[in-house]
Design a binder for this molecule. Structure first.
Ligand SMILES: C[S@@+](CC[C@H](N)C(=O)[O-])C[C@H]1O[C@@H](n2cnc3c(N)ncnc32)[C@H](O)[C@@H]1O
Length: 201
């Protein structure tokens, strides 16, 4: 995913508006933050944080949020844009976080490039670092079933997922989905915007 290093400034200029034009995603993140606050464990990772705008949003929503991304360019940008917040280079496959430490994980379109066969490993890693009762919000491109579909994304090949299939994978990892929002996006890409909220059992 080194490809993101080459598009840092472009990506940040397109997406760093903190979802001002995306009320559904904003509502799901607000709901997620409220549920994390209710657990009493505010420590929250924004995994695949990109330029860090959503890490900042989680911070503004009262969470002790930090960002992780495998792209050094994205991490560098996020640090400069949000100097009071913590950002670290890391892969979602191997999170530098202790077992059961987090109250929340946000994965906002950050697992879209992961080949389907590798996704269970990433999800298991998220289950490892979430405390029991901790919350996960996953946002992705939704498609009608039965299987994920690869498509050409501007940065790197990506996959759209049937919400039911992703729900099953989360459930298998002890991350129990309890809310979902699917809606037509403003974009012409042809997929739904999909958001799943799950709780660590
Ligand atoms: C589509 S961008 C989403 C960025 C941000 N979450 C947002 O919503 O604007 C995907 C991000 O995930 C990061 N990423 C992809 N695969 C990753 C992995 N396995 N581990 C860590 N970061 C990853 C990329 O470097 C990129 O910054």
């Amino acid at each position: 995913m080194a490809a993101y290093d080459g598009v840092v400034e472009l990506y940040a200029s397109l997406f760093a508006n903190r979802l001002e034009t995306q009320p559904f995603a904003r509502a799901m993140i607000g709901t997620f933050a409220e549920l994390v606050r209710a657990t009493g464990n505010l420590r929250t990772a924004d995994v695949g944080c990109g330029p860090g705008h959503l890490t900042a949003m989680l911070h503004e929503l009262g969470l002790d949020a930090f960002g992780l991304d495998l792209s050094p360019g994205m991490v560098d940008h996020a640090r400069r844009a949000h100097p009071i917040l913590r950002f670290q280079e890391a892969r979602m496959e191997s999170l530098p976080i202790e077992d059961g430490a987090l109250g929340g994980i946000l994965a906002h379109y950050s697992m879209i490039h992961t080949p389907p066969a590798e996704l269970p490993e990433l999800i298991a890693e998220q289950g490892r670092v979430l405390a029991p009762g901790g919350l996960l919000l996953v946002s992705f491109f939704g498609t009608d079933g039965p299987e994920p579909v690869q498509f050409d994304h501007k940065v790197a090949p990506a996959y759209s997922w049937p919400a039911d299939r992703l729900t099953e994978l989360l459930d298998d990892a002890g991350l129990v989905p309890f809310a979902r929002l699917l809606h037509d996006p403003a974009s012409e890409r042809g997929f739904l915007d999909a958001h799943l909220l799950a709780r660590r059992s």
